[in-house]
Design a protein around this ligand. Structure first.
Ligand code: ATP
Length: 316
């Protein structure tokens, strides 16, 4: 999705750009020649199997890891060159990294102080993330979901134009997940650049406008979510009929691959509904159902990254 005109004109219009980004740990390339961009006004989802290099990429963005080659910049600048980092970029990397004896308020006040921000802003962000009533409790007593909210409050302190959230949905209940989705949408609509990673594909599908997909440190795809799903969905239809044996025979004769589904339907690969309908009609077979297969983002992601998974689980 392209950023809207109002988004690019907004005061926040700063994007993220990786160019030839590479990080080598000894023989191991954690990130290899990675180039992508995340634009203002849209939500960009950052996907990859475990160990594919997402954290290393985000750590290079934040200046915590030095690239072996290439660069990753915010509005064209390395993070160390930013005049006012807190007002430019806000990040949630590990929500558990909070001092357990500090209250949420004190935690935020310390960050606000360091960034030259006033107490009012601390109250505002507590309100935005719904922690006002819990502000004087120690962070050590917080649930993971509350820690995520506190991490997001910290990211929002400087009212930055770029927000980077690594697995922001961890530990959130359905209401919390919906809340964060709405928050990200609102922030993007205001013209901010939102880059977030999640292993929850269904949520990614609901939230992201654009996707960056990596595997073994390399770019697999960069496109809008819609284009990605359209380009990678395999063609196929599910079909149901009382004359199953006859239909299987007819499809086999036509050289069409199919498999039986657990609910006694047939999954026909590589053809469209019209083809299956024509073959059935030619044989005088009545169909009870003929549905185009729609693959989920999760189906596509698992298939595309199957060969590039570092730490994939074995099939059950
Ligand atoms: N400091 C390091 N030293 C050596 N190897 C590292 C280091 N950091 C990361 N790696 C390796 O680089 C690869 C990418 O790791 P990274 O943590 O960036 O992946 P990830 O996509 O964030 O994974 P996950 O989703 O599991 O957090 C992995 O093979 C990892 O073992």
């Amino acid at each position: 999705m392209l950023p809207t005109e109002s988004a690019t004109r907004s005061a926040y219009a700063v994007g993220i750009r990786a160019e030839g980004l590479t990080k080598q740990y000894g023989d191991k390339a954690a990130v290899s020649d990675l180039s992508f961009s995340a634009e203002p006004g849209v939500i960009t989802g950052f996907l990859g199997p475990n160990g594919s290099g997402k954290s290393t990429t985000l750590r290079m963005l934040l200046g915590l890891v030095r690239p072996t080659q290439g660069k990753i910049t915010i509005g064209g600048h390395h993070i160390a060159e930013l005049d006012d980092p807190a007002r430019t970029i806000g990040t949630l990397l590990d929500a558990r990294a909070i001092h357990p004896h500090r209250t949420a308020q004190d935690h935020l006040l310390a960050f606000a102080h360091a960034a030259g921000l006033g107490r009012e802003r601390v109250d505002e962000v507590l309100e935005i993330v719904g922690l006002t009533d819990a502000a004087t409790r120690r962070a050590g007593e917080y649930s993971l979901g509350m820690k995520q909210r506190l991490g997001i409050a910290t990211a929002l302190l400087g009212d930055p134009g770029v927000l980077v959230f690594d697995e922001p949905l961890n530990g959130l209940d359905p209401e919390g997940i919906r809340w964060i989705r709405t928050l990200m949408r609102k922030m993007a609509a205001e013209g901010r650049t939102i880059l977030f990673s999640s292993h929850l594909m269904s949520e990614m599908e609901l939230t992201a406008d654009n996707l960056i997909v990596i595997g073994q440190g390399r770019l697999i795809a960069e496109s809008t979510l819609d284009e990605f799903v359209r380009a990678h969905t395999t063609q196929g239809v599910t079909v149901r009929t009382a004359s199953r044996v006859e239909l299987v025979r007819a499809l086999n004769r036509a050289g069409i691959k199919l498999e039986e589904t657990p609910d006694s339907g047939l999954l026909v690969h590589g053809v469209d509904s019209a083809t299956v309908g024509r073959i059935a009609a030619a044989e005088g077979i009545a169909l009870e159902e003929l549905t185009k297969v729609r693959e989920s983002l999760e189906d596509i992601f698992l298939r595309l990254t199957h060969d590039v998974t570092d730490y994939g689980s074995q099939p059950a």
